[in-house]
Design a protein. Structure first.
Length: 427
């Protein structure tokens, strides 16, 4: 969204000398992708905003980042239909349309996504404009393969708390015969077609994943679409405790041994976990709890945001707001982006080592510097981590500053993730 919001603030700055302070402030927050501050300040600023398209863009981005995707669709469509020139023209409209189509897909509106993608591709072809529509073509192909399936859903009786035990070791059948499954992760019992298996639940996985071997074993239906992550499948249902999860869509991967999700056969991702409304990771009792009543919003308010089933927590340090990704399927790690923000204070440090960093997108090696202490504020409390390694070589494009992994979750008795009101609490 960076190019899109630059167009917005540039237009506002150079086209009107009469823009209100509220318009400027809101545009600056959009341009800096500071969604937490925008959410906090917008209620006070909205009545002073002069330009409708600034108000609409703010409300659309807040809806997009705080789990109101259907609302975001309507707002983005209004922006495209009524204010296309003000927000930057056809290129920005195309970017917004791709966001809309992604929302349709995550909402399970596959036919709508396929139809609208096809219509837009035809318009681009007819215009003879030099526009790359390869991403649209991929969106169309994927959703066309899914259009006969119903939207994902979860069904359960929430009259009382649901408690699902977890273990930190996997003893199930392995994808790689010569490799032990990654330990120190959250594994829960899941029933598929009457048989129980161990799945890793992973807040860093945007979708539920299976190994190709496991997908064949349980008899999924392959939908006819493939990506770099694997061949996409459809599974009618699976069961977590007494929770029935229906119409699961995801890739069946062949995996890379460096990645934790490739050393187990199945991963429950955020496409399912988010639909539960709230989960509580109770490390003391070793169980995943889905409460019958939502936890009240804490005094500090929203501190989670969502980008396409990827969840980020509000974390600040001496440099300001950090981009911190929640990934219980990995170990905590820092990126080159974090080093850049602290380059001056890290310049005198000594002690390096080589790190191998990887995921479903592959892996790479980089050099990292040992930092004796790093400090943050999260969930209204100060956190001090000692003796961490921070990469000082730019070997790989990263959007995150920090990945907070399973070791972050485990330092607390309980971690509450509320996806309805978008907050995290640590106890």
């Amino acid at each position: 969204m960076r190019k899109l919001v630059v167009s917005l603030i540039t237009f506002l700055t150079i086209s009107s000398a009469y823009a209100q302070n509220a318009d400027i402030r809101v545009s600056e927050l959009i341009n800096s992708s500071d969604w937490f501050t925008l959410e906090k300040e917008y209620t006070l600023l909205k009545d002073s905003i002069q330009y409708d398209y600034v108000r609409l863009m703010a409300e659309a981005m807040l809806a997009q980042n705080f789990n109101r995707e259907a609302e975001a669709v309507d707002l983005f469509r209004t922006l495209i239909n009524s204010y296309q020139q003000q927000i930057g023209g056809s290129n920005v409209a195309l970017s917004l349309t791709e966001i809309i189509l992604g929302n349709y897909e995550r909402l399970g509106m596959y036919s709508t996504a396929a139809e609208k993608a096809a219509n837009l591709i035809e318009q681009i072809k007819a215009s003879n404009a030099p526009i790359d529509y390869s991403r649209l073509a991929d969106i169309h192909k994927r959703n066309l393969s899914l259009k006969k399936y119903d939207a994902p859903s979860v069904v359960f009786n929430n009259s009382k708390d649901i408690s699902i035990p977890f273990t930190m070791e996997c003893t199930d059948t392995l994808l790689f015969d010569n490799q032990n499954p990654v330990s120190n992760r959250y594994y829960i019992p899941v029933t598929v077609h009457g048989k129980e298996y161990q799945f890793m639940f992973d807040t860093g996985a945007t979708t539920t994943y299976f190994s190709k071997r496991f997908a064949d074993l349980i008899g999924v239906e392959f939908v006819g679409y493939s990506s770099k992550y694997g061949d996409y499948f459809y599974l009618d249902s699976l069961q977590l405790g007494n929770i029935i999860c229906k119409n699961i869509i995801g890739p069946a991967h062949n995996g890379t041994p460096i990645d934790s999700v490739a050393t187990v056969d199945a991963v429950i991702g955020m496409d399912i976990l988010q639909r539960l409304g709230e989960i509580q990771i109770d490390n003391k009792k070793r169980c995943l709890v889905i409460p019958s009543r939502y936890t009240p919003t804490p005094k500090y308010g929203k501190n989670l945001r969502n980008t396409g089933f990827s969840y980020y927590v509000k974390v600040t340090d001496s440099t300001g707001l950090l981009n911190v990704f929640l990934d219980s399927g990995a170990e905590t790690g820092f990126t080159y982006n974090y080093f850049v923000k602290h380059k001056e204070e890290f310049s005198q440090l000594r002690g390096t080592k080589e790190l191998t960093i990887g995921g479903v997108d592959g892996f790479y090696s980089t050099m990292a510097i040992k930092v004796p202490s790093v400090k943050f504020e999260v969930c209204g409390i100060d956190v001090n981590m000692q003796d961490v390694y921070v990469p000082y070589m730019n070997q790989h494009h990263e959007i995150n500053d920090v990945v907070w992994g399973v070791d972050f979750f485990q330092q607390y008795d309980k971690v509450i993730l509320n996806f309805k009101n978008m907050f995290m609490i640590t106890k």
